[in-house]
Design a protein around this ligand. Structure first.
Ligand code: TMP
Length: 220
């Protein structure tokens, strides 16, 4: 059984992750790829409970350390019960956020030590890293404006603009550090252009799977 590919989608608030996640899922399915769509924090019953605690703005104050550990506790469950089994069965996994979000939000936003995040990443993930990460990037004001239109804010969305500036910088640094894995997509351009850029970076992944060149009976 050929192992599936692990694709993650990242970006700050309001950059269009949801729309583009649905687009990528459809695109992969049109190429006869069996894909599961999941998210972090979340993806299992327990991890979704942890997500609820993390996003709840009315609970007790969550310390930075507790926040970081809860992200990785949810991730450990998600990897063991969803991500690894799916990849082993040859399914592709499309995940809304993963560990780059921890570098961006807890590392950049909360100023937590990068070496601590790296240590937890190695502990929880072993050798598991995404095969491809799409980073949707837009100026912070644009994202916040879009997120605001969606209505009720969660605990992260209530943060100051400076927090999101730090998150964005940390994401861009991750992209610089891992240029092969992380592909930067400009999110503040027409949707058709965003999606063309997405297709351009996803396509090379098909290279190792010749059968995936078939779209609805037409050989590409
Ligand atoms: P979202 O997936 O609906 O955007 O919400 C998840 C929130 O959790 C988002 O504000 C980013 C934050 N987050 C972290 O702070 N660290 C992480 O490792 C992950 C996966 C998400």
């Amino acid at each position: 059984m050929i192992r599936g590919k692990f694709i993650t989608l990242e970006g700050g608030e309001g950059v269009g992750k949801t729309t583009n996640l649905a687009f990528i899922k459809d695109y992969l399915q049109q190429h006869n790829i069996s894909v599961i769509v999941t998210r972090e924090p979340g993806g299992t019953k327990l991890a979704e409970k942890i997500r609820h605690l993390l996003l709840d703005k009315d609970g007790e104050e969550i310390s930075e350390q507790a926040e970081l550990l809860m992200m990785f506790a949810a991730r450990a469950q998600h990897i063991k019960h969803v991500i690894e089994p799916a990849l082993a069965q040859g399914k592709w996994v499309l995940c809304d956020r993963f560990t780059d979000a921890t570098y961006a939000y807890q590392g950049g936003g909360r100023n937590m030590k990068i070496s601590t995040i790296e240590w937890l990443e190695n502990l929880v993930q072993g050798a598991l890293r995404p095969d491809l990460t799409l980073l949707l990037d837009a100026p912070v004001e644009i994202g916040i404006e879009r997120a605001r239109k969606r209505g009720a804010f969660d605990r992260f969305e209530l943060e100051k603009v400076s927090f999101f500036e730090q998150v964005r910088r940390a994401y861009l640094l991750q992209a610089e550090l891992h240029p092969k894995r992380i592909k930067l997509i400009k999110a503040n351009q027409p949707l058709a252009d965003v999606q063309k850029a997405i297709v351009d970076v996803i396509h090379p992944l098909f290279g190792l799977c010749p059968s995936h060149g078939v779209v609805k009976g037409v050989v590409k």
